[in-house]
Design a protein around this ligand. Structure first.
Ligand code: PLP
Length: 406
C-alpha cells in the first residue's frame, strides 16, 4: 500500500484507503511547513482519505464550523465528527454528550406535536422510555412493533408517521435488522428511517449509502470510544438533517466535552484492531457456550442458529462483539456464574477493551418486577457478556471454571 499522502497518486484523482487507515488518519488536519495553523484547521487532513461510497466532504459548511462559543462546538469535536463521518460514509456527523443525547436531540429536532413514530421492540429501554413517556407528554404518539416483522412495521405507519426507528443489532437480544427492507418501507411511505447502530461492532458504512437509511445513531460510549472511559453519542446522515439537529443542540446544550472528543479520536485509531480481536473472541465464546450443557441458548449473530444469521452475513463485516446467553440454572446458581468469572468486570456497558458481564434482571432492570421485566423481554436467566480484547483462550477457560462451579 502506498504511503497515505503519496503524491505519486497524481492529478486530482485521490487514492482510496481502507477502514483501518481511515480510522487512524481521517478527519485530522495536517499542517504543512509554512502553513498558518488556521489554514490546516479545516483542510480535511490533506490526506483525502477515502470516504465510503455516498460520503461527501462537510467541512466547508458554515453550520459545522461555528466555534465562537463552546455550546456551538469546538475544534476537537469537529475532528472527531469528521473522522466518524469518513468512517461511516456519511455526509455529516454531529457528536453529542451521550448516546441518549443523540437519540433525544434527534427525535426532538425531527418531530412536532401530533407526529407519530414507529419503534421496534427489543430496543434500549431509555429510548423506549423517551418515546413512550417523555414525547407522549408533548403530544407525540409511538407504536411499538416486533423487531423482524416488516409487515407489522408497514402496517403501523399512519398518515402522521414521521419516523421509523430501530436498533441493529438490538439490545439485548442481538436481533439483526434487514436494512434493505427497513429503508425500503421508509422510502415507500415517505417516512425517515433511523437506525441506532450502537451494538454494531463498527460503523455501518453500508447502512446509508447502500441501503438508504436516513440517519445512523451511535452511543460512542461503547465500541467507538472502546475503553469505557468516555461518554459521547453520534448522529450521522445528510448535511441537511444533521444541520437541523446541530441547531437544536445549540439550544438544548447536550454538547460533547472536548476531552471526551479527544478520547474518542484516540480510541477510534485502534477501532479496526479492537474489533478484529473482539469479533474473534466473541465467535469463539459463542461457539463454546452453545455447546455447553448448562447453556440453553446463545443469542449471537455469528452462530448459524441465530434467526437472522443470513442477514448478518449479508450486511455485517463482523458479527458484533456482544454475545448474550440465557442461563439454565436456578437463580442462586445463575448469580454464581456472574460472580464466578474472574476476568470480566460486572458492569452493564459493552464494546470496551475489557470484558464485562452482567445479569440484566439484577442490574439494568433491577427496579422492575419479574412480570414487568418479562413484558419487555428480560428473562431472569439472561446473562449479558460483552467480549473484550483479552486472550480468547483465557476468557473461555474462565467461563468454563465459572460454569463448572455454578
Ligand atoms: C442501543 C443503545 N442506544 C443508546 C444507548 C445510550 O448510550 P449512552 O449510555 O452513551 O447515553 C445505549 C446504552 O447502553 C444503547 O445500548
Amino acid at each position: 500500500m502506498p504511503p497515505v499522502d503519496d503524491p505519486s497518486q497524481g492529478g486530482t484523482e485521490q487514492p482510496e484507503y481502507g477502514f483501518g487507515t481511515a480510522a487512524v488518519h481521517a478527519g485530522e488536519p495536517r499542517q504543512k511547513a509554512g502553513q498558518r495553523p488556521h489554514d490546516a484547521d479545516h483542510a480535511d487532513g490533506d490526506l483525502h482519505l477515502r470516504r465510503h461510497p455516498g460520503a461527501r466532504a462537510t467541512t466547508s459548511r458554515a453550520a459545522s464550523t461555528r466555534e465562537e462559543y463552546g455550546r456551538y462546538g469546538n475544534p476537537t469535536q469537529r475532528i472527531a465528527e469528521q473522522k466518524l463521518a469518513a468512517l461511516e460514509g456519511a455526509e455529516d456527523c454531529l457528536l453529542v454528550a451521550s448516546g441518549m443525547a443523540a437519540v433525544t436531540t434527534t427525535l426532538f429536532a425531527m418531530l412536532s406535536r401530533g407526529a407519530h413514530v414507529v419503534v421496534t421492540d427489543d430496543s434500549y429501554r431509555r429510548t423506549r422510555q423517551f418515546l413512550n413517556q417523555t414525547l407522549h407528554r408533548y403530544g407525540i404518539e409511538c407504536s411499538t412493533v416486533r423487531a423482524g416483522d416488516y409487515d407489522a412495521i408497514a402496517q403501523a405507519i399512519r398518515p402522521n408517521t414521521r419516523i421509523l426507528i430501530s436498533e441493529s443489532p438490538t439490545n439485548p437480544y442481538n436481533r439483526i435488522l434487514d436494512l434493505e427492507r427497513f429503508a425500503e418501507i421508509g422510502r415507500r411511505h415517505r417516512v425517515k428511517t433511523i437506525v441506532d447502530a450502537t451494538l454494531r461492532d463498527a460503523l455501518q458504512p453500508a447502512a446509508r449509502s447502500r441501503y438508504g437509511i436516513d440517519l445512523v445513531l451511535h452511543s460512542a460510549t461503547k465500541f467507538l470510544g472502546g475503553h469505557n472511559d468516555l461518554m459521547a453519542g453520534a448522529v450521522l446522515g445528510s448535511a441537511d438533517i444533521v444541520d437541523g439537529i446541530r441547531s437544536l443542540l445549540g439550544v438544548t446544550g447536550a454538547v460533547v466535552d472536548p476531552f471526551a472528543a479527544y478520547l474518542l479520536i484516540r480510541g477510534l485509531k485502534t477501532l479496526a484492531l479492537r474489533i478484529e480481536r473482539q469479533n474473534a473472541n466473541a465467535q469463539a465464546i459463542a461457539e463454546f457456550l452453545e455447546a455447553h450443557p448448562k447453556i440453553r441458548r446463545v443469542h449471537y449473530a455469528g452462530l448459524a442458529s441465530h434467526p437472522e444469521h443470513a442477514i448478518a452475513v449479508k450486511q455485517m463485516r463482523g458479527f458484533g462483539a456482544s454475545s448474550r446467553s440465557r442461563w439454565t440454572a436456578i437463580s442462586t446458581r445463575r448469580a454464581g456464574v456472574v460472580d464466578g468469572c474472574r476476568i470480566p468486570r460486572i458492569a452493564p456497558s459493552l464494546g470496551g477493551v475489557e470484558s464485562l458481564i452482567e445479569q440484566p434482571a439484577l442490574m439494568s432492570f433491577y427496579e422492575l418486577t419479574t412480570e414487568e421485566r418479562l413484558q419487555v423481554g428480560i428473562k431472569d436467566n439472561l446473562i449479558r457478556y460483552s467480549v473484550g480484547i483479552e486472550d480468547g483462550a483465557d476468557l473461555i477457560a474462565d467461563l468454563a471454571q465459572a460454569l463448572a462451579r455454578s
